[in-house]
Design a protein around this ligand. Sequence first.
Ligand code: GDP
Ligand code: IMO
Ligand code: MG
Length: 432
Amino acid sequence: MANIIILGAQWGDEGKGKLVDLLTEQADCIVRYQGGHNAGHTLVVGEEKFVLHLIPAGILHPGKTCVIGNGIALDPQALIEEIDDLSRRGIPVESNLKISDACHLILPYHRAIDKESEKLKGTRRIGTTGRGIGPAYVDKMARIGIRAGDLAHPKIFREKLSQNLQEMNYLMEKLFRAHGLDLESLYSEVMTQGERILPYLTDTSLYLWEEARKGSSILFEGAQGTLLDVDHGTYPFVTSSNASAGGALTGTGLGPTMIDKVLGVTKAYTTRVGSGPFPTEQTGPEGERLRERGQEFGATTGRARRCGWFDAVAVRYAARINGLTGIILTKIDVLDHLETIPVCTGYRIGTRMVTEFPHHIEDVANAKPVYEALPGWKATTRGIRRWEELPKEAQEYVRWIERQVGVPVIMISTGSERSETITIQEPFPASS
Ligand code: GDP
Ligand code: IMO
Ligand code: MG
């Protein structure tokens, strides 16, 4: 038995979905704890590809319980679409999914405000996914949020909605010069959605605690990545939740002493979607080649991802912020074509040399990466399943990352399929 957090150690899209799907085999409960349907987690099983946004990546495995914890911002419409899509594809969700009644709802006005406020920001825009994530978390912190459990109490729900709509419509009409929303139609739309969602709602904190006490293994599935964390990321170019390890606790209602391991997923290079500083970004043909080989297009919005070299400063920072116990290195096969591979060991900022991730965003924006060139392997690593079969240079690349980050690489992903994985050290103890 072990409770393990799997989270992104970069700016998201590191391959968390693939790994959570793979490790679900050995877990009992799989829980999402922050973010919402801004996430896009891709699972490839044979010829089939699934992209999950809200539902945990364990859902393909029958008999496992998937949990949406209280830290999630829940768009009822997006959830219903995802449930229906999975059901159409023969994946039953009804008996395997539990949702916290304390999740905050994303409502249509959150989406509208997200989009309008991005427009207003102009060149200072964050490049959000436009899913209403930020505005929903704003309401949560402002203590005017509407929670999933409110759907069970139509009168209370209506009162809260009516109050919020007054404020939201004022904002929409006066500030954004856009249309407001009608209370009656919004109320009936969300209540209809509520009928579909209510059966899943429960006190998931209690459920998970009881499971843990019975000896079940819990896999915590992070969304986004450490550098998009609202506290520890490249603020303000971040998402609006705690994508780092702390989010797994506040977003589920379990305590820190229940966590056994924290695994950081990182690509063998780096990507980022949306605005914000990205020191090792390659805007020329080398970045284009990484994008092409890695199929780096957003799983949620389809946007081309910005691509660049592996940044040891950033991942070392993620190791510190999360207390990582292990690294899962993905997409090493994407580097198969390179003669030499630039890797960043530090930043030059003005006349200073730094090896710790800067605390101020201006410093990150001005950081000039200092590169070392590691020898490439110029051979295919796609689908390799044993460490010994990796070319010597690829093994050295992995060892270099371990030394730089100070955390062991326990798994290596060599393709998008479940089987395309090298396990160096099993994350779950053998007895579980
Ligand atoms: P997540 O958000 O962290 O779950 O990652 P995404 O699903 O957004 O993006 C990762 C992409 O890389 C997906 O298309 C995966 O199918 C794919 N992928 C995952 N691991 C590997 C790998 O080792 N090699 C290659 N070539 N693709 C991978
Ligand atoms: P997964 O879980 C990559 C980025 C957006 C934007 C910023 C804020 O698949 O790794 P938001 O809509 O959250 O307010 O946008 O965060 N972003 C992601 N980037 N992967 C994700 O999720 C992301 N979710 C949000 O592009 O820059
Ligand atoms: Mg993704």
